[in-house]
Design a binder for this molecule. Structure first.
Ligand code: PDD
Length: 295
């Protein structure tokens, strides 16, 4: 079956799908995106992702192309036309196309692209059951990591370093030696006292929608949560560590730069949070969805 992309109001076969050579997403990374998981044909935490998308657009003064409800219809239709039951949908909105000039051009409208692709959730579950390796990399990103922009080169470089080291993720480290987040996920540790620690929402990290859901699920379990920075040394000495993201859910990190964390296997807390999040994702709940926690 040939894949279909949504591009500016039309559903187009991949071979014919494209944007203008002077699109500002291409020339300046002047655009934002969201990734939403799909399980058994339903979206996971869609509302939170759409709220964060609107905030990203507003922060960059990119016009909102349509209402949240209309965007949901586009995403649903993209998923339907690609017959994706389990996978993810990617939505990208740029400031639009115009003659190359740094300042915002007048009189253009945003470019909107959506694509859907299948994903084998069993593979993510297998990674979670084994636990994954992470390495550290310097955080060389810009000062507004709270905005989910398509300016992902530092993340791509970090992920490549992880791949070359045989690791699943790179944890990014600030100048003071504290972990900010993963290259495409949020970073967490569990202390010896069973306290969950993850960095406070700020301009230094992307406030994850999955993280917001996991925080809520953890609180319901009676777990204590601290929003604070932790160092690489603290992480290596922690009882457990894990990552969260829309496409990973919760995955235990069992080594950091080659040093085993805890007993070197997936921890009890991370495994419990994963199963709670799996149930939340499978429920396709419209009563409760993860909120976006603004910095
Ligand atoms: N990445 N931090 C960064 C830098 C991310 O790129 C992501 C998500 C997250 C987790 O956010 P959420 O829980 O809302 O997915 C944190 C997506 C999955 C991606 O770029 O593919």
């Amino acid at each position: 079956m040939s894949r279909v992309a949504y591009v500016n109001g039309q559903y187009v076969p991949y071979a014919q799908a494209g944007v203008h050579v002077e699109d500002r997403g291409f020339q300046f990374a002047d655009g934002v995106y969201e990734v939403v998981a799909i399980t058994d044909g339903g979206f996971v935490d869609l509302q939170g992702h759409l709220v964060r998308l609107e905030r990203s657009l507003d922060e960059l003064r990119i016009d909102r192309p349509m209402t949240r409800a209309a965007l949901s219809v586009v995403l649903r239709e993209t998923v339907r036309r690609n017959r994706v039951r389990n996978g993810s949908v990617y939505l990208q909105i740029t400031r639009g196309a115009a003659k190359r000039e740094f300042a915002f051009p007048a009189g253009i409208g945003p470019t909107v692209v959506a694509i859907a692709r299948p994903l084998d959730w069993n593979k993510a579950a297998a990674n979670a059951a084994k636990g994954v390796a992470a390495i550290t990399q310097p955080d060389i990103r810009w000062g507004r990591c709270d905005i989910k922009t398509v300016g992902l080169l530092p993340a791509a470089l970090a992920k490549q370093a992880a791949k070359e080291a045989g690791a699943y993720e790179a944890w990014l480290v600030d100048e003071k030696g504290f972990v900010t987040e993963g290259s495409s996920s949020n970073a967490w540790i569990v202390t010896k006292e069973n306290v969950l620690v993850t960095r406070a929402p700020s301009t230094e990290i992307l406030s994850g929608i999955t993280r917001a859901a996991v925080l809520e699920l953890a609180k319901r379990e009676g777990l204590k949560v601290e929003f604070r920075a932790f160092s690489v040394t603290e992480a290596q000495a922690a009882k457990e560590a894990f990552v969260s993201s829309a496409t990973s859910y919760v995955i235990p990190v069992v080594t950091l730069d080659g040093k085993p964390i805890g007993n070197g296997g997936p921890g009890v807390v991370a495994s419990k949070l994963r199963s709670l999040y799996e149930a939340h994702a499978a429920s396709h709940s419209t009563d409760w969805q993860a909120p976006f926690i603004a910095p």
